[in-house]
Ligand binder design. Structure first.
Ligand code: NAD
Length: 502
């Protein structure tokens, strides 16, 4: 079966119409062998405006629905996604090249965040605060924002939308989603399932979660529309810089989830077997195309040679190949651009005197597919391409002598997403996770940098954008807070004891 026929079968299994081919639309190709999957129509400016207007109208009634009832929609949607886990996971693999296990894992993330949001729909609590005035009550209450715009990256074509949508919907907002032009089919399927769920529950689906397809220009139109009250944007730092500035100019809220240049420190006491497994998944998994992928390994000089040798042994036999085949651990890069960026970074490292293991193209999938063996790059110190995020499987390794120096190396890059320390020394673990430790949004101990659970808030500092999504109190980003002072007496005392007698 061709991959495009597979797509049609998958949509049929999901009970959804396959999106019609459009002569002049975005061409979607599978990174598995570069063959075309579909050609989808791009949203016009008029359609962008109409979709946002529908979402705005729908918001006015959706905000009146009690939050636990809104949670009910998310619960049933999560159940539908769980039922369709296999076809949805396969669709992610076909569109992004993720191995089947990781495609399924991403769908599980959608289910998990829906479950979280259902519980949250009964816990959107504010505070009751002691008032300084007699017969007065001071409260904090939370209200929906309105239309939430979501812009997503190619590498998590379902989970990122679900992180936003599950929370935004229970909070009483409606959504307009602009997915990556590299993975629009996953978006058509997931939003289709959400609306199908709504209709089956007798909920008006129009305007609840609108989908816009296209490239950057469609995202820009979404960002600049006055009715969009929050833009949650996931992608490169370059994109976030443009979106952040555009939102700030309109005093619009933005939630930015951008690039990462993530590091792990390996201390002398670390369990090296655990390190090798954690590093292999974090650095080579998803072909290095996670925002949390491990890109920098900072290794104590006493264990440096042994660890590099062990990693080289593992990387040289990593099964690189068709992501749909059982046993494959490393699928393709998304496209030729990603391959070229990887080769440029490796060339720059070689010129800087680095020893480069692997990283070349593998003869899999034909001329239009880009498979690589994940690279290990030994450097004497942190410099050159190691300071930037290259969205490909390159693991730079540098030695360190002193733990404070290792933390300084961890923190000396412009991104601040994920980090880890491997140690059996309590003091090192505590220092790493303290105020003078890692400056990242995620700081792990004895696990790799990638693979976050949805219970915690997810996001990072510095050029990662500062946004937080998913668990903990991330829901507050999707609501506005009002402070209410209520006078239940018959006098009118002023705050701070001010007298204003008339
Ligand atoms: P990208 O920045 O090229 O595109 C992301 C999305 O932004 C796409 O939908 C694109 O069309 C849109 N876009 C681009 N420029 C825009 C603009 N000026 N205005 C509005 N929309 C615009 O990113 P990508 O290649 O799809 O994904 C890889 C990047 O995403 C990596 O840097 C990775 O680290 C990051 N990422 C971050 C997270 C996170 O949670 N921090 C998660 C996944 C990916």
């Amino acid at each position: 079966m061709s991959h495009s026929t597979d797509i049609q079968t998958l949509f049929k299994t999901l009970g959804l119409p396959c999106p019609p081919d459009s002569a002049h639309g975005i061409e979607v190709r599978t990174p598995i062998d570069g063959s075309p999957l579909a050609r989808l129509a791009v949203s016009t400016d008029a359609q962008v405006g109409e979709a946002i207007a529908r979402a705005q109208t729908r918001y006015l009634s959706w905000r009146e629905v009690p939050a636990p009832k809104r949670g009910d929609l998310v619960r049933v949607f999560g159940e539908a996604v769980r039922r369709h886990k296999e076809p949805l996971g396969r669709l992610i693999s076909l569109e992004t090249g993720k191995i089947v296990q990781e495609g399924l894992g991403e769908v599980q993330e959608v289910v998990d965040i829906c479950e979280f949001a259902v519980g949250l729909s009964r816990q959107l609590y504010g505070l009751s605060i002691a008032s300084e005035r007699a017969e007065h009550k001071l409260l904090e209450t939370w209200h929906p924002l309105g239309v939430v715009g979501v812009i997503s990256a190619f590498n998590f074509p379902m989970a990122v939308f679900a992180w936003n949508a599950a929370l935004a919907l229970v909070c009483g907002n409606t959504l307009v989603w602009k997915p990556s032009e590299k993975a629009p089919l996953s978006a058509v399927a997931l939003s289709g399932l959400l609306l199908q769920t709504a209709r089956a529950q007798g909920i008006e689906a129009d305007g609840l979660a609108e989908l816009l397809l296209g490239e950057r220009g469609v995202g820009e139109a979404l960002v600049s529309h006055a009715a969009v009250k929050l833009v949650s944007a996931t992608g490169s730092t370059a994109m976030g810089r443009a979106v952040g500035v555009a939102c700030a100019a309109q005093f619009k809220r933005s939630l930015l989830e951008l690039g990462g240049n993530n590091a792990a420190i390996v201390c002398p006491s670390a369990n090296l077997e655990l390190v090798v497994r954690g590093v292999a998944f974090s650095a080579a998994g998803t072909a290095g195309q996670r925002c949390t992928s491990l890109r920098r390994l900072i290794v104590h000089r006493s264990v440096h040679a042994a660890l590099v040798a062990a990693l080289v042994r593992v990387f040289e036999r990593l099964p690189v190949g068709d992501p749909l085949a059982v046993g494959t651990l490393v699928g393709p890069l998304i496209d030729e651009r990603a391959f070229d960026a990887m080769q440029r970074a490796l060339d720059a490292a070689r010129q800087a005197g680095a020893q480069v293991h692997f990283g070349a193209r593998e003869a899999v999938g034909g001329a239009a597919a880009f498979y690589v063996r994940p690279a290990i790059v030994e450097l004497a110190n942190q410099s050159g391409p190691m300071l930037q995020e290259t969205f490909a499987p390159i693991l730079y390794v540098v030695p360190y002598d002193d733990f404070d120096e290792a933390i300084a190396i961890n923190n000396a890059v412009s991104h601040g997403l994920s980090s880890a320390v491997f140690t059996q020394d309590l003091r090192e673990a505590e220092v790493f996770t303290s105020a003078r430790g890692s400056d990242c949004g995620i700081a792990n101990v004895n696990i790799g940098t990638s693979g976050a659970e949805i219970g915690g808030a997810f996001g990072g500092e510095k050029e990662t954008g500062g946004g937080r999504e998913s668990g903990s109190d991330a829901w507050k980003a999707y609501m506005r807070r009002a402070t209410n002072t209520i006078n239940y007496g018959n006098t009118l005392p002023l705050a701070q004891g001010i007298k204003f007698e008339i």
